[in-house]
Design a protein around this ligand. Structure first.
Ligand SMILES: [Zn+2]
Length: 245
């Protein structure tokens, strides 16, 4: 499949304030720039935080030729070799990117986010980012260029640090599955409502949750409407983020 190169624009989610200190978190949003050709383009991003693989999603993407950007952790890679091999067997569909080594939030101050203990220091943020990248390159696949931290929340100083390590920050514009906790119907509706330029986030590591079935239905509805699915590496942007508006 031929993909047009895209420009990506980024902004901080509405209501987020410039971090005045390391304890203030930001959650960058991400949109694809509008298509001059009038196409409707949507980027599907899937997090593989840990746990297992939702084969309902994986097989639907393969069967329907829907490309996706998959953010994997070192933890997930260790436990899901068969699913990862299936993704690697379809490089035209799956772009593999960095979700960290141990699924530790990239926040350089001690705190908990959704009950998950943050990295807590700049050194620990670097270790999380670098361990995630090493786990991916260790499989022999292409080195990741995008990073999405666990919980998708960051301290401003950690964002700058991750950029300095050479990664673009993978925000999103539609939280499709509410951390995999939404019902099938709610997930389907959120996905099916995607507009040109949207970047969807959902999870591919919760096979027992209802959200995965809804995600598949929503994606098939978008495909039936003629939506073109793109991956983040099909994008062309400078990776700069407006953190201070
Ligand atoms: Zn995650």
């Amino acid at each position: 499949m031929q993909f047009r190169r895209l420009l990506i624009t980024t902004a901080v989610a509405a209501g987020t304030v410039l971090p005045a200190h390391a304890g203030t978190l930001v959650e960058p949003s991400l949109h694809l720039k509008k298509s001059a050709a009038g196409e409707t383009r949507v980027a599907l991003t899937l997090d593989a935080c840990g746990g297992r693989t939702d084969n309902r999603i994986l097989s639907a993407l393969i069967d329907n030729r829907i490309p996706a950007t998959v953010f994997v952790t070192g933890l997930w890679l260790k436990r899901n070799a068969v699913a990862f091999a299936l993704m690697r067997a379809h490089p035209e569909l799956f772009e593999i990117e960095n979700h960290g080594g141990r699924h530790v939030p990239a926040v350089d101050a001690p705190m908990k986010i959704y009950g998950i203990r943050a990295a807590g220091s700049a050194e620990a943020v670097a270790a999380e980012v670098e361990a995630g990248a090493a786990a991916i390159t260790g499989t022999g696949t292409v080195a990741p260029r995008w990073f999405r931290g666990a919980t998708a929340k960051y301290s401003g100083t950690a964002l700058a640090q991750i950029k300095a390590l050479g990664f673009r920050i993978a925000g999103y514009s539609i939280n499709a599955d509410g951390g995999s906790l939404l019902s099938a119907g709610a997930t389907e509706r959120r996905v099916a409502a995607a507009k040109d330029g949207d970047v969807l986030i959902a999870h591919i590591n919760q096979p027992s949750h209802a959200a995965g079935a809804g995600l598949v239905k929503g994606l098939l509805a978008l495909k039936a409407k003629g939506v073109t699915f793109v991956r983040l590496d099909d994008a062309d942007g400078d990776g700069s983020y407006e953190l201070d508006r």
